[in-house]
Design a protein around this ligand. Sequence first.
Ligand code: SAM
Ligand code: SF4
Length: 333
Amino acid sequence: MTPLIDPFARAISYLRVSVTDRCDFRCTYCMTEHMEFLPKKELLTLEELDRLCSAFVRMGVEKLRITGGEPLVRRGIMTFFQAMSRHLETGALKELTLTTNGSQLGRFAKDLAAAGVRRVNVSLDTLDETKFARVTRWGRLPQVLKGIEAAKAAGLKVKINAVALKGFNEDELFRMVEWCAAEGHDLTFIEVMPMGDMGEADRLDQYWSLEDLRSRLAEHYTLIHLAERTGGPARYVQLEETGQKIGFITPLSHNFCESCNRVRLTCTGELYMCLGQEDRADLRAPLRASEDDAVLASAIRAAIARKPKGHDFDYSRQTIAGQTLRHMSHTGG
Ligand code: SAM
Ligand code: SF4
């Protein structure tokens, strides 16, 4: 089948799939405390998710990242991972992975490894138990740390994703770096993005530029720039002293959309061609319209033909531009 190429000649080889909008945490930058979730009947079934992901794999998607909400709270999700492993076996899919808050890894790490998952991204913004409870509202740090241990024990490579939050984890920069070095985890920092209506004041208060974070790192370590690119917005350095890799996702202070290779599917079957834009294509209707995947395939192609050049997030001049009303948990971070 012809691969998916967008109007800017970018090949789409990476699909992120949100399998639920629900979560067992309520992180302050991601959700409000009393979030309303979609009625369960709005969600794609696991069989529909399988059909959709398989269609993308046939059209050249080589990397599938499962996310949410919290993907591991979706009932029966292991069946879906097990089903996707058939695409790893044929070699069509090169990587099956997930982004998780880690709370359920204790239960599922072994099954994930058995389904062919090799790496997990675990979101962790602080190593302080009290601060962890504050930022996640409902999360408990010891449970997550146990989950990370279980992942390691199952042979999964762990990458820690930390959102850089002004006045919150600034003082833990070196502690996080040292902990990741000791545990053998890669570490990526993310700038907080204006997604979901949480009040303008909050966002600007939370924003800690990674340029600043990076210069603080450079005061203690020698940073070696790595040319490595994943087609995503992350840029990497290696710390000469420890050998560890540190990533920076800087949608605000830099814009790296030109090499974007990804699209995102929500748990209701909407395809977002860009995380930072509102345009989307409904794939649920074509999916349900026919058992033959031809209708679905042409809907996917039509959507990719509309992929925009990039996002419009901008925090300059102390106002927020390009904000989306959608929460990250809806599109899948
Ligand atoms: N629940 C899983 C988790 O927390 O890893 C997966 C979904 S979560 C939406 C994916 C990632 O998005 C997490 O690393 C989270 O920190 C990040 N995130 C959520 N809201 C964000 C925001 N407004 N700006 C930047 N990152 C955000
Ligand atoms: Fe849940 Fe992840 Fe959002 Fe936190 S960042 S509320 S863990 S979806």
